[in-house]
Design a protein around this ligand. Structure first.
Ligand code: SAH
Length: 248
């Protein structure tokens, strides 16, 4: 809360005893109904909680980042619905429940902030902003120059010094930032690229969509680097844009 400016105490009549003043009424914060209002995001967060997101740090990060600033103004009114939205160049921003789910998996119930995290597929930069609240450093790589530039523009106003945007082929990871406590992919390939597993720190966790069953459905995969080796867990079916090699 802001401190009020102090004014010279009013002179009370000679000999008057200073009276205990009643506490001032709380200052009302105007409750905007526009997209800038925290109330709009809080409603989204309440919905995420009903969908099963339990991690308070994740819910807090989702409440912090203004998703409407990452989508086209024509779509801004849908920004707090649980839906994926186009971000240009044939790509999409994942729906909030998927971003929250993956962040929760990445944190794995830990109480401390994650260390360095690598995100493959910056897109518009939304998930990178969410991750910036949950990790000490976020390295986010995008293969499409147009989206890399868009994310840079979107994130500029947020002043998130721990987010590092990189342009290039994320299938190679980013060895300069390795090892990572967490790796998260927003695009799904046939298999997990070996570079990601190499760049994962011991005790680290990777969360990524990957081609799964015979029906051709993608599934969410979690890989833990344990002292006994890599442990894979296959979770629910998901729909992510394809992971492609090279940059453009
Ligand atoms: N996290 C993003 C989601 C973007 S969609 C957001 O919050 O907006 C996934 C992105 O992955 C797309 O922008 C796509 O271009 C990118 N992508 C696909 N293959 C890639 C690769 N090999 N390296 C880096 N980015 C890749």
């Amino acid at each position: 809360m802001k401190e009020r400016p102090s004014f010279p105490a009013r002179v009370q009549g000679l000999g008057a005893q200073p009276k205990a003043r009643p506490a001032p009424p709380p200052i009302e914060t105007p409750q905007g109904i526009g997209l800038d209002s925290g109330a709009v995001r809080q409603r989204m967060v309440d919905k995420l909680a009903t969908l099963g997101v339990r991690d308070a740090a994740v819910l807090q990060a989702m409440a912090f980042v203004e998703r409407h600033r990452f989508v086209d103004s024509a779509l801004a009114n849908q920004a707090y619905e649980d839906t994926s939205l186009p971000i240009g160049l044939g790509q999409t921003i994942s729906k909030p429940s998927v971003v929250a789910r993956m962040a929760e998996l990445l944190r794995n119930g830990g109480s401390a902030k994650l260390g360095r995290v690598l995100e493959i597929g910056t897109g518009c930069g939304y998930q990178a902003a969410v991750l910036s609240q949950l990790a000490s450093e976020v390295y986010s790589i995008e293969r499409l120059r147009g989206l890399h530039d868009k994310a840079r523009a979107n994130l500029r106003a947020l002043f998130l010094p721990n987010v590092h945007l990189l342009f290039g082929d994320g299938m190679l990871g980013f060895p300069q930032g390795a090892p990572y406590a967490g790796i998260i992919a927003a695009a799904g390939g046939e298999a997990i690229p070996p570079a990601w597993l190499e760049q994962l720190a011991p005790g680290g966790r990777l969360v990524a969509p990957v081609a799964g069953n015979a029906a051709g459905e993608q599934v969410l995969m979690v890989v833990d680097k344990t002292p006994q080796g890599l442990r894979q867990t296959v979770l629910e079916a998901v729909h992510f844009v394809p992971l492609k090699s090279g940059s453009a």
